[in-house]
Structure formats: C-alpha cells, structure tokens
Design a protein around this ligand. Sequence first.
Ligand SMILES: [Zn+2]
Length: 129
Amino acid sequence: MIYKNKFCTVINCIDGRVQLPVINFLKNYFDAEFVDSITEPGPIKIMTERKSKLKLESIYNKINISLDKHNSVGMGVVGHFNCAGNPVSKDKQIEQIKKSVLILKKTYPNINIIGLWVNRKWEVSRVNT
Ligand SMILES: [Zn+2]
C-alpha cells in the first residue's frame, strides 16, 4: 500500500473509550489516512471557558504543528457522554462544541472544522454548527 500521507486533526478528550470511534469517523469523513490527536480532559470546556492560558496555548501549538507540518485537511472537536473532565449535561456540551467550532473557525478560516458528539454507545455523530 502506498500512503498519500493525508492527515486530519482532532481535539479530543483523553478518554480511552472515544479514541477509536472518533478516529474511524474522522478518517472516513475527511478521507484521511491519519488522525493527529490533540487530547485534554474535556477539551471543549477548556476551549470555551478560556480559564487557563497555558492549556489553550498548548492546544493551539499542537493544532499548528498538525496543520503546518502535516498539511491537515480538516479538524474535529469532540464532546462525549460521561466525560470525567467535563461533567455537565449533553445539552451544555453540545453548546460548548458549537462554540468551540466557532472559536476555531475564527483562527483557522480556511480549514473545514466539524463538531462531534459521542453517545453512551460510543457512536459518533456530527453536531450541526
Ligand atoms: Zn472526557
């Protein structure tokens, strides 16, 4: 097999239960072979509450490496059921996902950015943004 080295990027939770479902979804969605993973516990909480400048800078540094060095073609930002790092309702998380996508689109207007929700069966779906 010859690889095209086509990458996409995900801003995901550290939670082991969501890794493979999210990677498989994004590989298929962006027709990419590889998914660069940027993980924090409850990243949509960090992105939207903006309380830690250090954590935000760390996330953006990682995104920039994925975009610049791997020419990533798209980005996903993820919230999920039973998140230990972000123990709020699904409704609240959907709101945070939408807001995270908007924030990221301002910084990266030329990248296709989507929001994802992972449910209690560890199934992935797109959030309308
Ligand atoms: Zn989580």
